[in-house]
Design a protein. Structure first.
Length: 165
């Protein structure tokens, strides 16, 4: 029987006093355990740190999902910060109020945008100092809107961007 290179290498390692080298090593390093999935508590903590409270954002996601699923265009339009600008096709369109937004609702909320909202879970919500993102590609962004008054007041969480990807 002719020894293989591997057998010769292991025998040489033993002869040189390196028993650890003589042991077979796995062909690939062991895989690292995947990072644990974020929990609602993780998202709560992140939103609390960023915005002071997670409750309004959690409620907004629930309300937006329900309104879009129910095709309640009036409720969805009330969740938008005006004036609002987005691209429809290759053209940038601006909407001054809810009435104009509702008239273009079906062009603004494409099937892909609606699917991104439908599939968004609270546990996978992305947030940064600009707001929260719905959809894995940033299809919809929302943030707290403050009034322009000398003493600004919250106008609530509103949609600030819709990106058609």
């Amino acid at each position: 029987m002719i020894p293989t290179f591997k057998t010769v290498l292991m025998a040489s390692a033993l002869a040189l006093g390196a028993p650890a080298l003589a042991q077979e090593s796995p062909a690939t390093p062991p895989a690292e355990a995947p990072a644990p999935a974020p929990t609602a508590a993780d998202v709560d903590a992140q939103l609390d740190a960023l915005f002071g409270s997670h409750e309004p954002y959690k409620a907004f996601l629930t309300d937006l999902k329900k309104a879009t699923l129910d095709e309640d265009k009036k409720s969805v339009a009330a969740m938008v910060s005006y004036p609002f600008t987005t691209k429809i096709g290759a053209e940038e369109k601006s909407f001054e109020d809810a009435k104009a937004f509702i008239a273009a609702y079906d062009d603004i909320f494409t099937p892909a945008t609606l699917l991104a909202i439908k599939n968004q879970t609270y546990e996978t919500l992305f947030a940064n100092a600009q707001g929260v993102m719905f959809g894995g590609g940033g299809e919809v962004w929302a943030s707290e809107i403050m009034s322009d008054d000398p003493e600004p007041k919250s106008q609530g969480i509103k949609i600030i961007a819709i990106n058609h990807l």
